[in-house]
Design a protein around this ligand. Structure first.
Ligand SMILES: Cc1ncc(COP(=O)(O)O)c(C=O)c1O
Length: 428
């Protein structure tokens, strides 16, 4: 792998802009053109093999042969919409549900994370009779109209819903006060937000949150905060929706699903991104009671979700994840990465904190006055690309590196990543 200078704007980019328009986002000052992938490696049209430390969708590795074979074989046998009996979807549902706590014993498949969150909110509203939703500040849950109304982590034109409250999540990495003070203040804010939903007549249908706070910048709430927050929401009549689109399927390392980090039992869990390793696949896992209530009142039909090709893709991903012990790997390799990153942070004054859980971590950058080092963070992301490593940035100030590789990332890849990161920081 050689250092590389990005090429000039390609004819492909011009054609893309001419057809998809200028607003379709691309990464990097000079967009990267990728032509193939294998495991944790991506080959660019410039002939460079890039280490992928960014993409969580290819959970079991780019072009994982087991997944590719399953998709190809099923696509060659039968693919059809979901109103016929089919073995793969039932097999996949059984295997997926076996990874959840016993009360979560039903699944509805979707084609994306957005669709899953939309459906979960719909179920919560119908069950509770409320419309109020509590989300976390600077979050993203998808691209539908009702999800746009609760988006604060991305630019949207839709006004923030009057039925939504965005809760500031306490973060021990940026708040140096005693943990119990931070906790008490944050819970008081949650109570106030719930009371204001009630007072405005919206009621409370749900708390919708991402257990790793991926868009928010990998926050670290005080112990007991999430459990107490979910108690408050339930007391106000709402349900808990854990958005596991980013945090699920072993990524958190110590637990298979992110919400398990907090010992809570959500009524609804939504999934997407890694489920099909790139094949569009999402879902909502819930209880029998909630599904029965929803099913009795609505004929929910989804043409593509749960089709046999998607189902075999999901099953292959799940089997690879479990069979290869990737959750344990995420914990071990993630722990190893954290150690190295903490050593690096100790040498680099720009690094304010090392954040993250399992194989999802970030470095927070701030200048000597404590202000978010947004420009430098972008420079690091660009410099890493020039050194053949793909990462990105998150958080309200875009000053937290987003490092979230496929789960087949190993120690040797961490060494390479940290080595290039150290060199990029030296160059700043
Ligand atoms: C936490 C979270 N939830 C939901 C979504 C939406 O998923 P999709 O893009 O598959 O609709 C995303 C996408 O980035 C996400 O990060």
């Amino acid at each position: 792998m050689n250092a590389v200078k990005p090429q000039g704007e390609s004819a492909l980019l011009t054609r893309r802009r001419a057809t998809l328009g200028p607003h379709s986002p691309t990464f990097y000052d000079e967009p990267l053109h990728l032509i193939s992938g294998k495991g944790v490696w991506l080959r660019g049209s410039d002939g460079v093999d890039y280490l992928d430390a960014y993409n969580n969708v290819p959970h079991v590795g780019h072009c994982n042969p087991v997944v590719v074979k399953a998709i190809a074989e099923q696509a060659g046998r039968l693919n059809i919409h979901t109103r016929y009996l089919s073995v793969p979807v039932v097999e996949y549902a059984e295997a997926l549900l076996a990874t959840f706590a016993p009360h979560l014993d039903k699944v509805l498949f979707t084609n994306s994370g957005s669709e899953a969150n939309e459906l979960a909110l719909r179920m919560a509203r119908q069950h509770t009779g409320g419309t109020g939703v509590l989300v976390t500040d600077y979050s993203y849950h998808g691209n539908t109209t009702s999800l746009a109304e609760l988006t604060t982590g991305l630019r949207v034109k839709e006004p923030f819903g009057s039925h939504v409250r965005a809760l500031r999540i306490p973060d021990l990495d940026s708040d140096s006060r005693p943990e119990e003070v931070v906790l008490a203040e944050a819970l008081a804010e949650a109570e106030a937000a719930l009371a204001s939903l009630q007072a405005a007549g919206h009621g409370v249908s749900a708390l919708l949150f991402d257990p790793l706070f991926s868009t928010e910048g990998l926050l670290r709430p005080p112990a007991g905060y999430i459990a107490s927050l979910t108690d408050l929401v339930r007391s106000a009549g709402g349900l808990i929706i854990a958005d596991e689109v980013q945090s699920g399927l072993g990524r958190a390392g110590s637990h298979f699903w992110g919400h398990e980090l907090y010992g809570i039992a959500p009524e609804l869990v939504t999934m997407g991104k890694p489920l099909g390793n790139g094949h569009p696949l999402g879902g909502v896992v819930t209880t029998s009671d909630l599904l029965d209530e929803f099913g009795a009142a609505n004929l929910y039909f989804n043409t593509f979700a749960g089709n046999p090709v998607s189902a075999v893709a999901g099953l292959a991903v799940l089997r690879e994840t479990i069979g290869r012990g990737l959750q344990r790997g995420a914990q071990e390799v993630g722990g190893y990465a954290r150690d190295l990153l903490e050593k690096l942070a100790a040498r680099q004054p720009l690094v304010k904190s090392v954040r993250g859980t399992g194989l999802f971590f970030g470095l927070e950058f701030a200048d000597e006055t404590g202000r978010p080092a947004t420009a430098q963070t972008k420079q690091i992301v660009e410099a890493m690309r020039c050194k053949g490593v793909l990462i990105s940035k998150i958080g309200p100030h875009e000053n937290v590196l987003k490092i979230r590789p496929p789960l087949v990332f190993e120690r040797e890849h961490v060494d390479l990543l940290v080595d290039r990161l150290a060199a990029s920081l030296e160059e700043l």
